[in-house]
Design a protein around this ligand. Sequence first.
Ligand SMILES: [Zn+2]
Length: 301
Amino acid sequence: MNAISPSPEAEAGGAIVNGLSVDVEDWFQVGAFESVIERDDWNSLSDRVDRNVREILDLFDEAQVKATFFALGWVAKRHGGLMREIVVRGHELASHGWDHSRVFRMERKGFAEDIARARKVLEDAAGVPILGYRAPSFSIDRRTPWAFKELAEQGFTYSSSVAPIRHDHYGWEEASRFAFRPLPWSELIEIPVTTAMFAGKRLAAGGGGFFRVIPYSFTRWAIRQVNSRDERPAVFYFHPWEIDPGQPRLAGAPLKSRLRHYTNLDKMGGKLRQLVHEFAWGRMDLLAHREAARLDGEAAA
Ligand SMILES: [Zn+2]
């Protein structure tokens, strides 16, 4: 495995290249709203994902960064042209499952069908192999020991589906903070979303609501800490609806969900611009290659 050479982006400068990712789902598909919006209603709701992703593609072009877009199969089925556009513009297209069902709420058989169905639609739409997977709401944890086996058996090469932290909706706090191989018989790599250490505790620092709500300086501190002290790449994620102040407002959702969802939507574009310019970023598949080479090096040492 030492034959894997560093990617051109890793060689370009001295800085650690972090993983940049977008979870492609629409505003009505977020876990926080599942108590007020039925999946059956999704087709009748105002569709914002296409325009939002195109805005993100322009922002990435402007900053000259490439990223990974983990898209729902449900979205890919309705926006095949958008999936092709993501690939044509040099980004990686990967899977976020079919319809945002959380892994820990499924049995292995249902999970197998979910990821196979999503992958087929994504591959048919974009004409490229889909090798990466991110579980909805980072829902691979200690309750789903079969999930990595299923991903490996279906030929996925990496996953970025674990939040190694305790959170009210998800989390697997005993998991490694950095890339690991979850199966002894497979090359499959899991690359957890970024956490930063503060006073002996793990803090979520990889994006989502935290990035929007908390001042930018926290994320800057966290990524610097991970890159300089841990000497590891960070993994950051956000959603297309987070840059969209014009999305419909859901009055019926729980207050906590509304606060989390709607705060600072108008400031997100500016924050993202700052983030993509301040640090070095790249696609998750290339990050997975570099992490595989590092793990192989450690095993050989
Ligand atoms: Zn998601």
